[in-house]
Ligand binder design. Structure first.
Ligand SMILES: NC(=O)c1ccc[n+]([C@@H]2O[C@H](COP(=O)([O-])OP(=O)(O)OC[C@H]3O[C@@H](n4cnc5c(N)ncnc54)[C@H](OP(=O)(O)O)[C@@H]3O)[C@@H](O)[C@H]2O)c1
Length: 325
């Protein structure tokens, strides 16, 4: 198979296309002929040598894909060779073939083409598991998602709005602010000009946010706790603003608030399978209805993986950047 490998840890230029042996499906796995994969920020860290794959996962970068099932391993039921699917991967997506546990394989939502479906597994599983399964966002709750123009943000805005929440978001350019509004955000705050704590409080009569989905980590921790409503839930999924910060426990305690941090990639396979099943049950119908759409910034060939990483590194994208083998 063709796969993107790295000559050494480093910048985007270390990504090269190589020939590797085809994967075989182990027990409980299927092999997918990849139609498309997507670039995630974790891929940039893995390329630089800072985010090694979990034990047993492929060394090839790539956390999601869409494609056609090419082979089925022992013990797999309900998945047939030739079926068009998308999948959440622990690695291996930047390739023409990938092996994946059957529980992480999902059907395509109705109405989504095979290539665009590669934009869905990571964002759907991350947003659904954190915002709905863990933080229990309710209709009419106030929801704040940071980085509204990114892959996670564009999906979270749509899903929370479809669930009847009031959606607030932050973004760094006028174009992304406009996109966030068009996707269903009541208010998109340009974080370069305005303080999101003040804006969310003033637009919610001082209530604040019932749920915050955060990509910034340390840099936003104190302000995220400040913006929480009583019994609010802050879920941290990224560390774009660093990993270490002081937490004002008195503020959190007074609000009876919760700070939660999760990572999808390192979850055990049965936990990922439970999330995928819940996504298919609860999220795919909203996609099929057109209430939530995959937002694809661009589709590039696998040979342009370096350029795809440059785009994401520079935050020049809105939504997802896809790669086709
Ligand atoms: N824990 C998990 O399981 C999990 C799973 C998936 C993703 N993640 C993490 O979630 C984060 C988002 O992922 P993604 O795929 O959506 O990445 P992405 O597409 O690159 O989006 C990140 C967004 O953050 C915005 N941003 C940068 N600085 C900001 C700031 N100070 N305030 C608010 N927004 C800011 C960026 O653009 P602008 O500055 O132009 O607005 C960009 O739109 C990443 O950190 C990723 O690693 C975690």
């Amino acid at each position: 198979m063709r796969a993107v490998t790295t000559t050494e840890p480093g910048g985007p230029e270390v990504l090269i296309v190589s020939e590797l042996p085809d994967p075989e499906p182990g027990p409980g796995e299927v092999v997918i002929d990849v139609a498309a994969t997507a670039v995630n920020r974790a891929d940039l860290l893995q390329r630089m040598g800072f985010y090694p794959p979990p034990p047993g996962a492929s060394d090839v970068i790539g956390l999601e894909c869409s494609g056609t099932i090419a082979a089925v391993g022992d013990g797999v039921t309900g998945l047939e060779v030739g079926a068009e699917v998308c999948a959440l991967l622990a690695g291996g997506g930047y390739a023409s073939k990938v092996a994946v546990p059957a529980g992480q394989v999902m059907p395509l939502p109705a109405g989504v083409d095979l290539v665009s479906a590669a934009a869905l597994p990571e964002v759907a599983c991350t947003v659904w598991s954190n915002v709905f399964m863990i933080a229990r966002l309710q209709p009419r709750d106030v929801f704040l998602v940071h980085g509204g123009g990114g892959g996670i943000g564009t999906f979270a805005i749509q899903l929370a709005a479809a669930a009847g929440a009031r959606v607030f978001t932050t973004a760094g350019t006028a174009e992304k602010v406009e996109l966030c509004r068009s996707l269903g955000a009541e208010l998109a705050i340009n974080y370069r000009d305005e303080d999101f704590v003040e804006v969310v409080r003033s637009h919610t009569d001082g209530h604040g946010a019932d749920v915050v989905l955060d990509n910034m980590g340390a840099k936003y921790l104190d302000r995220n706790v400040d913006v929480l409503a009583d019994e609010g839930r802050l879920v941290i999924i990224g560390m774009q603003g660093g990993a270490k910060a002081e937490l004002n426990i008195a503020t959190l305690l007074g609000k009876r608030g919760a700070v939660i941090a999760t990572a999808l990639r390192s979850r055990p396979a049965d936990g990922k399978a439970a999330i995928c099943a819940s996504v298919v049950e609860h999220v795919w119908p909203l996609v099929a209805d057109g209430k939530v759409k995959p937002i694809v910034h661009t589709v590039l060939p696998l040979a342009d993986a370096s350029e795809a990483h440059r785009i994401v590194e520079g935050s020049r994208h809105a939504g997802k950047v896809l790669l086709t083998p």
